[in-house]
Design a protein around this ligand. Structure first.
Ligand code: MLT
Length: 404
């Protein structure tokens, strides 16, 4: 008789954004005349940049001719894309990353979920609280998190690092020693960042205790302040303790086309074993590559035209972020984020819980956001709005919220 992976049964409810989707669908069915503005999930609204579209068209044509047709992609991804990444994302920032330390994938969500495959089940993970739910849920699926306590909304075998107003929404070094530390900066959901000295403190700590940092840098393109590192490898010693995960979703609008990558330096070892070799084995066995046409489109964002066009998109969203920040502040909300990240983190008014505020905003302003408590218990009493809407909808949403 077969047995299921009953770790799945421990997961409370469904994935946060699926829950929100269901609630919003129920509201729209009951109120078909209402115009909903969605500032919930961090999904982009601008179309792909013209340079990306042109490249996609020509890559599709290549697939239609025997001479240029491509079948399976190379295990690690096409060299043209890995070279563009190594040059533009790393070398340009003074960091040497070899081409065989870069693994092209279908996105940061899958990589941050799958990376657990190369670690033993008895590793102890540390996460920020609030946190992008994928890090915790995938560790639950792997059986690494212990039991869930409904009262505290915490897993018995997870180290939580509260990121509160008191800490500037940054984590503090944990008192218990973790084996795997998940960090995401600029942060989803709070929009907070660490400066270089603060990130260096984490690298030093990981090296000292023998932990690995899984560093999710999906929002790197939104950094606007000088002293904020664009890659963890700007920190001394980071190659010996850090895996970095990147996405093309937020910097170039690939949420629907899917492309990302993970960097595992060869210096990162457990005993004599390189984590790079384990991930290469896993990647080669369980993944058959992002499509050629999408990898070509990814390469296009590193051309001069591609850079200029995607920069404009990021600026468009950051203008929305400013509209949200300023609008909420003018309406008397306590707000943070939105300066180095496309997320704005606000305190709910009148001591409403995050879900109460979600319902209030949906019912009274027909605006969808994300309840902070969905990201962890320290998110209770907070709410996230995304800057990824259209300019017009962002303005209208702010007018509606101000009028409440
Ligand atoms: C979010 O809204 O937190 C993100 O869109 C989720 C993701 O990128 O997977």
């Amino acid at each position: 008789m077969f047995k299921i992976n009953d770790n799945y049964l421990k997961l409370p409810g469904s994935y946060l954004f699926s829950n929100i989707g269901k609630k919003v669908n129920a509201f729209t069915s009951a109120n078909p005349d209402k115009k909903i503005i969605r500032l919930g999930i961090g999904d982009v609204t601008l179309p792909l940049a013209p340079k990306v579209i042109d490249t996609l068209h020509s890559a599709v044509d290549e697939m239609g001719s025997a001479a240029s047709f491509k079948g399976y992609a190379p295990d690690l991804g096409y060299e043209f894309l890995r070279q563009a990444i190594a040059t533009n994302d790393y070398k340009a920032r003074g960091v040497e990353i070899a081409l065989d330390e870069i693994f092209i994938s279908d996105g940061a969500k899958s990589d941050s979920g799958n990376i657990g495959d190369i670690f033993a089940v008895d590793n102890k993970i540390a996460v920020c609280d609030p946190v992008y739910p994928v890090y915790v849920d995938t560790n639950v699926m792997a059986g690494r998190t212990g039991e869930y306590n409904v009262e505290t909304e915490r897993w018995s075998n997870v180290i939580y690092m509260p990121c509160t107003e008191a800490t500037g929404f940054a984590p503090e070094l944990p008192s218990q020693t973790p084996d795997i530390i998940y960090l995401c900066f600029p942060n989803n959901p709070t929009g907070a960042t660490l400066n270089k000295a603060e990130l260096q403190k984490w690298v030093d700590y990981a090296l000292k205790v023998g932990a690995v940092i899984v560093y999710d840098a999906a929002y790197e393109a939104y950094i606007s302040e000088e002293d904020v590192p664009h890659t963890i490898y700007e920190c001394e010693g980071a190659k010996e303790c850090s895996i970095e995960i990147r996405s093309f979703s937020k910097n170039a609008g690939f949420t629907g086309t899917r492309l990302g990558f993970t960097v595992i330096p060869k210096e990162l070892k457990s005993g004599d074993t390189m984590l790079n070799s384990l991930w290469a084995r896993r990647h080669g066995t369980k993944f058959n590559g992002a499509p050629y046409i999408i990898q070509k489109a990814g390469e296009a964002i590193y051309t001069e035209e591609g850079k200029a066009q995607t920069r404009q998109q990021v600026e468009y969203y950051m203008n929305n972020a400013k509209i949200i920040r300023d609008g909420l502040a003018a309406a008397g909300y306590s707000v943070s984020g939105g300066v180095n990240a496309p997320y704005i983190w606000l305190k709910t008014p009148d001591k409403m819980t995050s879900w109460e505020f979600f319902d209030y905003l949906l019912n009274e302003a027909n605006v969808v956001g994300t309840p902070g408590s969905g990201f962890g218990p320290s998110g209770e009493g907070y709410f996230r709005l995304t800057a990824f809407g259209t300019y017009e909808n962002t303005l209208e949403a702010m007018e509606r919220i101000k009028a409440l």
